[in-house]
Design a protein around this ligand. Structure first.
Ligand code: NAP
Length: 259
C-alpha cells in the first residue's frame, strides 16, 4: 500500500533508537526525507547513515536535547516547513508517589508535555500555510490506564493528551491532523531498563522480571518496534485525513477495557 507521502519532510524527535527510530525508518520506507534527533551523536549518525543507505532519502541530523530550550530552537530552525512532526522524548523515571517533589514534576511536564506543545506551536503554522500536515505524539498506554510506578509519566502525558484533544479540533479543517500513538510494552532499551530495575528491586533475575511482566500481556509478548513504526507511518499518511485527536493504543491487549 502506497501511503501517498513520498517526498514529504518529517522531523522525528528522539529517533536514534527504539520507537522513534522505528517511526523514522517506516517514514523513510515511504520516501519521506527526515530530520532525526537524539542527544548522543554517535548512535544518531549511525542510524541516519543506515537509513540513507537503505532507503535513499535525505536525512539531516540535529544532536541536541529536545527538552531544552536551546535544543528546541535548533530543531525548529532545521525543521521549518516540515510536513510531518513526530514528538518523542525519553520517559520519566519510575518510583513511588512519595518520591516525587515539585522539581520532578516540573521536569516531567517539561519533557513529556511542554516540549511537544512547543514543537506543535512552532511547526503547525507552516503546515496550515500549506494546507496539509500530520503530527503524531508518542505517549504511553499509561494515558488510558495508569501505571502506578510511572506517576510522573501518567501526569505529564495526561496533560499533553488534554491539549491535543482540543487543539487537534481547532486545526482539523485546515488540513492538519494531530493524533497520539500509545505504546504498551515494546522491545526497546526503555523496557530493558524497566525490567532491570524490577529485577534489582525484587531480587529476581532479569529473565524472571521480563517473563512476569510479559505474562500479564494478553498477547504474551512485547510489541515489535517495526510494527509500531508502520502504524505511525499510516497515521502520517494521506489515508489518515479523517483521524482527528485520537489515541491509538498498541499494547497487545494490556489495557483491559471494552472501548
Ligand atoms: P529508548 O529505546 O530508550 O529510546 C529513546 C530514544 O530517544 C533514543 O534515541 C534517545 O537517544 C532519545 N532521547 C531520549 N531522551 C532524549 C532527549 N531529551 N532529547 C533527544 N533525544 C532523546 O526509548 P523507547 O522505548 O523508544 O521510548 C520512547 C518513548 O515511548 C519514551 O517516552 C517512553 O517512555 C515511551 N514508552 C515506551 C514504551 C516501551 O515499552 N518501549 C512503553 C510506553 C511508553 P539519546 O539517549 O542519545 O538522547
Amino acid at each position: 500500500m502506497d501511503l501517498g507521502i513520498k517526498g514529504k519532510r518529517a522531523l522525528v524527535c528522539a529517533s536514534s533508537k527504539g520507537l522513534g527510530l522505528a517511526c523514522a525508518r517506516a517514514l523513510a520506507g515511504e520516501g519521506v526525507d527526515l530530520i532525526m534527533n537524539a542527544r548522543g551523536s554517535e548512535a544518531l549518525e549511525e542510524a541516519a547513515e543506515a537509513i540513507r543507505a537503505e532507503f535513499g532519502v535525505q536525512v539531516v541530523t540535529v544532536a541536541c536535547d529536545v527538552t531544552s530550550l536551546d535544543g528546541q530552537a535548533r530543531l525548529i530552525e532545521a525543521a521549518t516547513g516540515v510536513d510531518i512532526l513526530i514528538n518523542n522524548a525519553g520517559g520519566p523515571p519510575p518510583g513511588m508517589w512519595t518520591d516525587w517533589d515539585r522539581e520532578d514534576f516540573l521536569a516531567a511536564l517539561e519533557a513529556n508535555m511542554l516540549t511537544p506543545i512547543t514543537m506543535i506551536k512552532a511547526l503547525v503554522p507552516g503546515m496550515i500555510d500549506k494546507g496539509w500536515g500530520r503530527v503524531v505524539n508518542i505517549t504511553s498506554q499509561s494515558v488510558k490506564a495508569p501505571i502506578a510506578v510511572l506517576g510522573l509519566s501518567n501526569s505529564a502525558r495526561a496533560g499533553l493528551t488534554g491539549y491535543v484533544a482540543g487543539t487537534s479540533r481547532q486545526v482539523a479543517a485546515l488540513g492538519v491532523n494531530i493524533n497520539n500513538l500509545l505504546p504498551g510494552s515494546h522491545d526497546t532499551d526503555r523496557i530493558l531498563a524497566l525490567d532491570q530495575g524490577t529485577s534489582q528491586k525484587s531480587g529476581i533475575s532479569f529473565d524472571e522480571a521480563r517473563a512476569q511482566r510479559q505474562s500479564t500481556i494478553p498477547a504474551g509478548r512485547d510489541g515489535n518496534p517495526r510494527d509500531f513504526g508502520a502504524t505511525c507511518a499510516f497515521m502520517c499518511s494521506q489515508y489518515a485525513n479523517f483521524m482527528v485527536g485520537q489515541n491509538v493504543l498498541l499494547d497487545g491487549g494490556n489495557v483491559n477495557a471494552t472501548i
